[in-house]
Design a protein around this ligand. Structure first.
Ligand SMILES: NC(=O)c1ccc[n+]([C@@H]2O[C@H](COP(=O)([O-])OP(=O)(O)OC[C@H]3O[C@@H](n4cnc5c(N)ncnc54)[C@H](O)[C@@H]3O)[C@@H](O)[C@H]2O)c1
Ligand SMILES: O=c1ccn([C@@H]2O[C@H](COP(=O)(O)OP(=O)(O)O[C@H]3O[C@H](CO)[C@@H](O)[C@H](O)[C@H]3O)[C@@H](O)[C@H]2O)c(=O)[nH]1
Length: 461
């Protein structure tokens, strides 16, 4: 029986291992983490992350062939295959600060693997890492190996939060990169054998190590670039009277472009896109490719522009000041169906509004008050458990996450308890502007034709 251990019980490690355990009942899967709170959460009825469908998967195999533990060294030592799914944030200090990936957690995991291993192991990079990281890991393991042999594989994760379980059950592809040696290829075969239990063979792609590592960064850069492209067009739509939804639909019909990932928004968020593009930019600079670096940097530049454009639109529409005015923020998570707030555009928008002295009241169905306060560094905001409460006496409502429930709120009820003129700024294009205008709202929706009111009060980006 193959024994798998995954280091890192986060958004990737937890769901991925739960699905492997479910699909391979004869494989023992142990997820380990240094965070006692996280492991306690995985062993409880309230999992530490919110992900549709995950509770059911975990309940079906926890205690059977899926285990969560803080005894990192024991389970790493016993495993045949060790996945490393630790966090790889952007470096905040020193060489490459603000761009390069911080591999501190990765390196300490690699050194620990070398310390505790007594049998040969396949080490799988699950975290998103800079291209060539496998080489560095090989060196650490080889220099501390005491005769234990390791094969490093790159097996990046492409799951998106909110749809993680669905993405894991039916992935577009599974990518496995390995050394082009007989030992490397044998290791690839072992991992392929695990996924082949439920993923069709033609969806399991095998490549060399560097292609697999780079494909992950490139995929995220392409996805983010699509959003920045449509967001750039949204600004032009507002200036010209075109409607970004119509433009996106028209261009998306071209089968070479395709319809997905073309929703204009207040900006992309999440723990991956910005971090991975910055990492790509840094790698390009390190390889002496400043033009390529600059090209990708612009994807983030447009994203920042989109967020500040939104804030400016709110402030300028409300007579150029929001000081002392209550603004209800609906949605704080970086996207629907998750409680994750990492790099959420809501943080920048709230900071912008607070900077202009607005009184901000936030409602999100999944984000805790404690998390909001942490993200906004304890700045004075109200966090409510109800959208209508957030809107009471507010001058404006800003929709920042595309939660389905926000589509069907009773906006007339909100209008009745708000100050007048009452504004809705829809950063996700989920409400029907015409219906809201009929109620009496002044409505701004990203990339949509502007109300006369908004035209009369142009925003400076
Ligand atoms: N979040 C996503 O949707 C997503 C998707 C694809 C890829 N990724 C990548 O996967 C990696 C993990 O992301 P995440 O969102 O799961 O991160 P996370 O922060 O949710 O989880 C990482 C976990 O690793 C643990 N950890 C760190 N060092 C450790 C060590 N030495 N020993 C044991 N545990 C340790 C931390 O305590 C934490 O619980 C990152 O590289 C990320 O870029 C994330
Ligand atoms: O048309 C769109 C699509 C998405 N977004 C925003 O883009 C961000 C990222 O969304 P999404 O990609 O769905 O979520 P993530 O969980 O960040 O997943 C991305 O990042 C993961 C981590 O690397 C990858 O594994 C996934 O393939 C990749 O989609 C969110 O703020 C979305 O609201 C838009 O604004 N418009």
């Amino acid at each position: 029986m193959v024994k798998i251990c995954c280091i890192g019980a986060g958004y990737v490690g937890g769901p991925t291992m739960a699905v492997i355990a479910l699909k391979c009942p004869d494989v023992e899967v142990v997820v380990v983490d240094i965070s006692e709170a996280r492991i306690a959460g995985w062993n409880s009825d309230r999992l530490p992350i919110y992900e549709p469908g995950l509770d059911d998967v975990v309940k079906r195999c926890r205690g059977r062939n899926l285990f969560f533990s803080t005894d990192v060294e024991r389970y790493v030592g016993e495993a045949d295959v060790v996945f490393v799914s630790v966090n790889t944030p952007t470096k905040t200090r020193g060489l490459g600060a603000g761009k390069a990936a911080d591999l501190t957690y990765w390196e300490s995991a690699a050194r620990m693997i070398a310390d505790v291993s007594r049998s040969d192991k396949i080490v799988v990079e699950k975290s998103t890492v800079p291209v060539k990281t496998a080489e560095a890991i090989e060196k650490i393991l080889a220099h501390n190996g005491r005769g234990v042999r390791y094969q490093i594989l790159s097996n990046p994760k492409f799951l998106a939060e909110g749809t993680a379980v669905r993405d894991l059950f039916a992935p577009d592809r599974v990518l496995i990169g390995g050394r082009e040696t007989p030992e490397g290829q044998a290791a690839v075969k072992v991992l392929k054998g695990v996924y082949a239990r439920w993923v069709p063979e033609d969806r399991i792609i095998t490549t060399n190590l560097w292609s697999a590592e780079l494909s992950k960064l490139a995929a995220n850069a392409f996805l983010a670039q699509r959003i920045s492209s449509v967001n750039a067009i949204s600004a032009l739509c507002e200036a010209t009277g075109a409607d970004v939804a119509e433009v996106a639909c028209s261009i998306g019909k071209d089968s070479r472009i395709g319809p997905r990932f073309l929703s204009a928004s207040v900006g992309f968020g999440g723990s991956c896109f910005q971090k991975d593009i910055l990492n790509l930019v840094y790698i390009c600079e390190c390889y002496g490719l400043p033009e390529v670096a600059e090209y990708w940097r612009q994807v983030i530049g447009i994203n920042d522009y989109q967020k500040s454009r939104f804030v400016n639109r709110v402030v300028s529409s409300m007579f150029n000041t929001v000081a002392g005015k209550k603004v209800a923020v609906l949605g704080f998570a970086f996207k629907k169906d998750t409680g994750d707030t990492r790099e959420t555009p809501a943080i920048d928008v709230c900071r912008g509004l607070l900077g202009d002295k607005a009184v901000v009241s936030i409602y999100d169905p999944q984000v805790t008050e404690e998390q909001v306060r942490r993200d906004l560094a304890m700045r004075k905001v109200a966090v409510t458990t109800d959208a209508y409460e957030a809107a009471r006496d507010a001058h404006a409502v800003c929709i920042l996450t595309e939660w389905e429930d926000f589509r069907s709120l009773d906006y007339r009820r909100m209008y009745d308890v708000m100050q007048k003129p009452a504004f809705v700024f829809d950063g996700r294009n989920i409400v029907d502007p015409e219906k809201l205008r009929d109620i009496g709202f002044i409505v701004y929706a990203i990339g949509k034709p502007l109300d006369q009111w908004l035209k009369d009060m142009p925003a400076v980006a």
